[in-house]
Ligand binder design. Structure first.
Ligand code: NAP
Length: 260
C-alpha cells in the first residue's frame, strides 16, 4: 500500500493538455509521486513541477525495463490519440510487467448537422479525398504527416505546425504558419478567409484548444476532411483528469494489486 513515505510512483506518458493538467494535479499529493514523460520533440514544452524525463524508452522492452527499474506502480497513458505507437507499447509493457495501466483520452469531435465532414481512415485517404481539382487546403495534421500530400501537388497547402517541418516532407506549393494552440473561432475564421481556404484537413484530436477551426469551417460553409483515430489495443480508459486521479488514489490506497 502506498503511504506518505512510500508514495505510489506514477508514470505519466504526456504530450497533451490533459497530461499536463494531471502532472500539475500530482504536484502536491502525498500518496502519489508523478513522473512526467515526453517524447522530447517539442522545444520548450510546458512542464509540471514534478519529476520529468524526455526521450523514448526504446520500444516495449525498454519501457518494461524502465517500469521495473523505477518501481513504477501505475502508468497513465495520456498521449495524443494519434500517438499510437506509444500507446501500443504501453499496453504491451504494462502487461509484461503487471503494471496497472489507465488510458486518459478525450473523446473525439462530433459533427453537428451544419458540418460537412468527409471522414477518412488515414492520411493517404485524406490526400485522395482532396480530389484532382486544385484546391486551397488548410492542413493541420502535424508536421509528421505532411509527406503523403506530396502525392497531390496540384493543391496549395496552408500548413500549420508548432515546430518547423522537415523541408523534404513538404508538398511543392505551400505556406507555413508556425503557431501553437489554443486558437479562437474568430482568429480561425479570419485566417481561413485571408488565405482563401476552401477545404480543411484535420485529425480527430478532440481537443478544445484546436476545435475552433471546425466552428470556423462550419461558419464559412467549408468541407472538412476528418481523419479518424487509429485503432488501439483495449485498455481501461477514462476521459477526464478527475477520473484518472480517482483511479490513482484508489490504487494507492488498495496497494498495487495486479487486477486493478
Ligand atoms: P508515437 O508515434 O506513438 O511514438 C513514437 C515513439 O516516440 C514511441 O515509440 C516512443 O519511443 C516515443 N514517445 C512517444 N511519446 C512518448 C512519451 N510521452 N514519452 C516518452 N517517449 C515517447 O508518437 P508521436 O505521434 O510521434 O507523438 C510524440 C509525442 O507528441 C507524444 O508524446 C504525443 O502525445 C505528442 N503529440 C502527438 C501528436 C500526433 O498527432 N501524433 C499530436 C500532439 C502531440 P520509444 O519506442 O523509444 O519508447
Amino acid at each position: 500500500m502506498a503511504s506518505s513515505s512510500h508514495p505510489l510512483r506514477v508514470l505519466i506518458l504526456g504530450g497533451t493538455t490533459e497530461a499536463l493538467a494531471l502532472g500539475r494535479a500530482l504536484e502536491n499529493t502525498f500518496d502519489l509521486h508523478g513522473i512526467f514523460s515526453l517524447a522530447g520533440i517539442t522545444p520548450s514544452p510546458h512542464l509540471p513541477h514534478i519529476e520529468t524525463r524526455q526521450g523514448g524508452f526504446g520500444g516495449i522492452e525498454g519501457l518494461a525495463t524502465y517500469l521495473h527499474a523505477q518501481g513504477i506502480g501505475a502508468v497513465i497513458d495520456a498521449t495524443h490519440p494519434f500517438a499510437a505507437q506509444m500507446s501500443r507499447n504501453a499496453v504491451a509493457a504494462c502487461a509484461q510487467t503487471g503494471t496497472p495501466l489507465l488510458r486518459l483520452q478525450r473523446p473525439g469531435w462530433q459533427a453537428s448537422p451544419d458540418d460537412n465532414w468527409i471522414i477518412v481512415p488515414d492520411i493517404d485517404a485524406a490526400t485522395a479525398a482532396l480530389g484532382a481539382t486544385p484546391r486551397r487546403v488548410f492542413l493541420t495534421t502535424g508536421r509528421k504527416d505532411l509527406a503523403p500530400f506530396r502525392a497531390a501537388p496540384q493543391h496549395h497547402y496552408l500548413i500549420r505546425s508548432i515546430v518547423a517541418p522537415d523541408p523534404a516532407s513538404l508538398p511543392p506549393d505551400h505556406t507555413i504558419l508556425l503557431q501553437r494552440p489554443p486558437f479562437t473561432r474568430e482568429s480561425e475564421t479570419r485566417l481561413m478567409r485571408e488565405h482563401r481556404v476552401d477545404i480543411l484537413v484535420t485529425k480527430d484530436a478532440g481537443s478544445d484548444a484546436t476545435s475552433p477551426k471546425l466552428a470556423a469551417a462550419r461558419d464559412l460553409g467549408l468541407p472538412v476532411v476528418m481523419i479518424a483515430r487509429p485503432t488501439l489495443p483495449p485498455a481501461r480508459t477514462v476521459a477526464t483528469v478527475h477520473e484518472a486521479i480517482d483511479w490513482l488514489h484508489g490504487l494507492a490506497h488498495a496497494g498495487t494489486r495486479r487486477d486493478v
